[in-house]
Every structure is written in C-alpha cells, then in structure tokens.
Write a protein that binds this ligand. Structure first.
Ligand code: HAM
Length: 430
C-alpha cells in the first residue's frame, strides 16, 4: 500500500457530508451578501506569490510547493488565494465588468508546514474578496459577515480580534519605532526574528518562540502610530461593528503573516481548538492590486480554514443522507420488476437503493434498516400477482399496499413528512 502524502488527508463519506453541510451554509450566506463565485487554477506562476504574498513571509520563505515544469516555467501550488483572485480580477478587467466586484472561491491550498491537528500541507479555504471600495462601511460589512458565518456554524465559542496596521505613509514610522524600541535586544531574539527585523520588522509579531515573547510584548503598538486618515478609518470601522453589536477584542499583535495588509486586520478564533485556533483571517490590502500590475484599486477580504470549521462542527453535529427509498424484492420475477422500478423512482427524483445480491427477505430488511431509508418498498409474488407494492414507513412500522400506478404520487405526498429533510441541502441533521 502506498500511503497518503504527509500533511494531506482523505475526506471519507461521513466527513464529506459535513463538508457539504458547511459549504452549502456558507454559499447561502455569500449569496445574501451579493458575492459571486470564481474558480482559479491551483497552479500559478511562482512570481505571483513571491510578489503578492511577499518575500518576507514564512509562506514565501519556507512553505511553497515550487517546481519547474517541463517547459522550464517556475510554477507554484497556490499557498493562498488572494494573489490569484487579484490576478483574475486584473486579467479579466472585473472592475469594469461588475458593479461591485464581490468574489468568493472554495478550494485547496498548499503550504509545506509542520503538520499537526488543524494544520495540514493541503488544506481548504473559502476565500472572499471585495475590490474597489475604500469606505470603512465595507470593512464593517466584511467583519459582520465573517462573524455571522462563523457564529452560524460554531455558536458561542468564537472571538473576533481586530487591529489596524496602518498604510504606506504611516507604516514606516511604526517600523522605525519597532526597531528603535528593540535596540540592542534584537540580538537576543531568535534567528527568524533577526532576519525579520531586517526585511520587515512587523513580522516579528508572528514569532511563536516562547523565549522571545517578553521582548515582543514590550514593543510599541501599530494603532498608536496611525496617520490621521488611518485613525479615522479604523474608528469608523470599530464604531460600525459596535453598532452591529458584534463583540470584538483589539489586539496589537494581530499584524497577520502576509505582507500585503494595510489598515484593518482581523481573525476569528475558536476557543478550545488548541494552537491552531484561527478559523478565519483577513484584512484590507489597498496596495496589492497595483503592486501586481493592476489599477490603483483597494481591496479587502478574508479566508476561512474549512478543515478547522468542519472539525468544530464534528464535535456537535451528526449529519447523514440516507436514501429516501430502499427496495426489497422476493424472488427472481419480483427482482426483475424492481430493477425497472428503481430507475423510475430515481427519474422521479427519489434517491433509491436496493440489495443487489438477492439475499433472503430477512437480510434485505436488515440492510434496509441499516440504510436509514424512511421508506421500504417490498415486492413479492403476492404483490406481483395484484400489480401492487407494499410500502412500509420504517419509523412507525405501518404498511399498506398501493397499486403500482399510484406509487409515485403516493410517495411524493408521504415522503417529505417521513424524511424530515431540510429543503436547503437535502441533508438530515440528527
Ligand atoms: P491565512 O491567515 O494565511 O490568510 O489563512 C486563512 C485561514 O486558513 C486561517 O485562519 C486558517 O483557518 C486556515 N489555514 C491556514 N493555513 C492552514 C493550514 N496549514 N492548515 C489548515 N488550515 C490553514 C490567508 O490565506 C489570506 N489569503 C486571507 C485573506 C483573504 N486576506 C485577505 N483576503
């Protein structure tokens, strides 16, 4: 057996149902807020991330799956979606085509990280981006939506953390203040932080090395160095989310591990998830579109880590999707009729299963029970002779004979009540 690659995993049928449940809940919300789906390739030019995600980030420094393809082109398995979304936005001129480009995308990302619970080398994100709006109203709407979508799936254990990292005019002052405050103590920090202090001192806040923390905790805070415009913007965002009654905590350490952020940054954390407790992260990136060759166009967005969201759901919700109908046939003649009936039932929209191996009535009934189908159709020689079929409601054990011609109509009326399926996604929440 050739096992799965380290840091990647199979999503098996029971878990896949939870993914479908989460994805359909998310899609429903995205539609409410006016987002449109885009699907971008999993491979992009290496340069897109080196330039977009940023040379000083851990992603670009250590975590990308880069390779040279047969034509000699350097390509990368995307580690995040934002640069790809910006590329698609610019390449297809979506700023002209769409009234307000509000885009989303689902899919796998690849980062060569040390795998642990909640951290994988192939993982999945819902990525959400809005282009062309600089008003703080969109920051607040994005925060409200991020909060709503996490709370819908993980009620009561989420925390929204917010910060502002300033813009290209005030950031240099903050970077200098960081270096000044560090002074000679730079040499006491870990090797990564010493490197970060040279390329982008803000990245020092990403450090997880315990020995460095007392020094980092004493560093200045970005919100004390905001220029007037950034301050006004941030105050408006905070005031709007307070009006929305969204609980939040300010954290000066939330600079986020990617280079493109300006002004608002945020994460949603889930209590009790261990070290990998950020289920969602994002922020504003007003210089990125231009930096990647597009027009001067602001942007803001976030990404949800779907594994982390599905994991939290797994602890609370059992989901199944049993067939609506299970067919039981006794004898060869009945079996032949069943084979035709199963097709008719599916064509009429009833999910249907049967026991293919023509076992005893008892075994077939056991299988029908295990399938979870609310309705079992039984066909034996008596039924065949009368051109009828026995319909059994599994929950109550009630049975009745129905003529074959009336069957589809009868099921159409009875099944919605017997299944209890939610209309939106066809899954049963147990
Ligand atoms: P990020 O914080 O790198 O941001 O990732 C967003 C989310 O993806 C994290 O909060 C986490 O839930 C999940 N995630 C990240 N790495 C892993 C991993 N190795 N295994 C499992 N889950 C993971 C971004 O990717 C930005 N592109 C978000 C953004 C969009 N900012 C603006 N627009």
């Amino acid at each position: 057996m050739i096992p799965v690659v380290k840091g990647t995993r199979d999503i098996l049928p029971d878990e896949a149902l939870r993914w479908q449940y989460v994805e359909s809940a998310l899609r429903r919300l995205l539609e409410l807020y006016g987002y449109k789906e885009v699907r971008t390739p999993l491979i992009e030019r290496e340069q897109l991330f080196a330039k977009g995600t940023g040379e000083s980030t851990d992603i670009v420094q250590k975590e990308m799956y880069n390779f040279t393809d047969k034509s000699g082109e350097r390509v990368t398995l995307r580690p995040e979606a934002t640069p790809s979304m910006v590329r698609a936005f610019v390449e297809h001129n979506l700023g002209q085509v769409m009234l307000v480009p509000k885009l989303y995308s689902f899919g796998p990302m690849f980062r060569y990280e040390r795998p642990q619970k909640g951290r994988y080398r192939q993982f999945h994100q819902l990525d959400v981006e809005v282009f062309g709006v600089s008003d703080p109203a969109i920051d607040a709407e994005i925060l409200e939506m991020a909060w709503t979508l996490v709370c819908e799936l993980v009620p009561s254990r989420a925390e929204l953390v917010v910060n502002s990292v300033g813009c290209k005019s005030c950031r240099p002052m903050f970077s200098s203040a960081l270096l000044e405050s560090l002074g000679d103590r730079v040499s006491e920090l870990c090797g990564d932080c010493q490197r970060r202090s040279k390329i982008n001192p803000l990245r020092i806040f990403d450090c997880k090395v315990p020995r460095d923390q007392p020094i980092i905790d004493a560093l200045p805070h970005s919100i004390d160095y905001l220029c007037k415009d950034c301050r006004v913007h941030f105050d408006a965002v905070l005031s709007q989310i307070s009006d929305y009654d969204i609980p939040h905590r300010l954290s000066h350490r939330l600079v986020r591990g990617l280079d493109y952020y300006t002004r608002t940054t945020f994460e949603v954390l889930i209590e009790g998830m261990g070290a990998q407790n950020a289920v969602l992260g994002g922020g504003r990136y007003d210089g990125l579109v231009r930096h990647l060759g597009g027009p001067d166009c602001p942007g803001i967005g976030f990404a949800v880590g779907l594994e982390r969201l599905v994991n939290t759901l797994a602890e609370r919700v059992a989901i199944s999707n049993p067939p609506a109908v299970f067919l039981v046939a006794i004898g060869d003649d009945a079996r032949l009729v069943m084979l035709t009936l199963i097709r008719e039932l599916r064509q009429a929209g009833f999910s249907t299963q049967m026991d293919y191996d023509a076992r005893s009535l008892k075994t077939q009934m056991k299988r029908a029970d295990r399938s979870g189908a609310p309705c079992v159709l039984i066909l034996g020689s008596d039924e065949l002779a009368r051109n009828e079929i026995t319909v059994r409601e599994m929950r109550t054990g009630n049975q009745r004979s129905i003529s074959k011609t009336a069957l589809l109509e009868y099921l159409g009326e009875a099944l919605p009540e017997w299944t209890g399926k939610s209309e939106s996604n066809g899954l049963v929440q147990e």
